[in-house]
Write a protein that binds this ligand. Structure first.
Ligand SMILES: [Zn+2]
Length: 229
């Protein structure tokens, strides 16, 4: 599970598979829950009660939204794996799941990339987008360099890949607006934005996330609650 006050936690829920379990099917992926946990001596906490805050039922009926939710949880689990509290990340993930439930048709590459950009910001790895990350030039930005940590000008473009204006604009808008108001963009611009995000994570967090464009994941292991089962 991912929690606002303690980050990522593992817990067990006893008797959850019984037909008359007191948890009543609430300990499922993508539920937002109010849990009471007992902390003993072991690594795992024990769930003693679970109340549903949001079950997100519509999200489950829409394959792309379900996939988007799984990828959002996976990205959080990969980037914030240390049990450190991060209320901003919790709220961002809760917002993303609520958005995918309210408007499942919004699921897709633009939404997934906007979410990842905001995660980078929360993790302190937000790419420098306002001016060349190497020399500060604001007027001649032509590429993106994960090593430099953002956009770069023509004079500093070693190790950079070309970044179109559309891609740059998408990233600026995605970081500047709420998830619900995140922009759309052409596939080419989204592909460049995705590469910028991947290279930023590789250079600064030594992480490689699954591309957002590949097929459904089907995996729920890194979801909000599945570790509690
Ligand atoms: Zn420069």
């Amino acid at each position: 599970m991912y929690t606002p006050h303690r980050g990522r936690l593992g817990a067990i829920a006893k008797g959850v598979r019984k037909a008359r379990s007191r948890f009543g099917g609430r300990l499922e992926p993508f539920f937002r829950l109010d849990l009471v946990l007992y902390e003993g001596r072991g690594d795992l906490l024990t769930v003693t009660s679970a109340e549903t805050i949001a079950a997100h039922p519509r999200l489950r009926e829409h394959a792309a939204a379900l996939d988007g939710a799984a990828r959002a949880c996976e990205a959080v689990a990969r980037i914030f794996d240390d049990g450190e509290p991060h209320a901003g990340v919790y709220n961002l993930l809760a917002n993303e799941l609520a958005l995918l439930d309210a408007e499942p048709e919004r699921a897709g590459r633009a939404n997934a990339l906007a979410f990842r950009l905001k995660l980078l910001l929360a993790a302190g790895f937000a790419p420098q987008l306002a001016a060349c990350a190497s020399c500060g030039d604001r007027d001649h930005v032509v590429g993106f360099s994960g090593a430099a940590g953002g956009v770069v000008c023509g004079a500093c473009e070693a190790n950079a890949f070309p970044l179109d204006e559309d891609s740059h604009a998408f990233m600026v808008a995605a970081l500047g607006r709420s998830l619900a108001e995140a922009p759309e963009a052409e596939p080419r611009a989204l592909a460049q934005a995705e590469r910028a995000i991947l290279e930023t994570l590789e250079h600064h967090a030594h992480l490689r996330l699954r591309p957002v464009g590949t097929g459904p994941s089907g995996a729920s292991r890194d979801s909000l609650t599945s570790r509690a089962r």
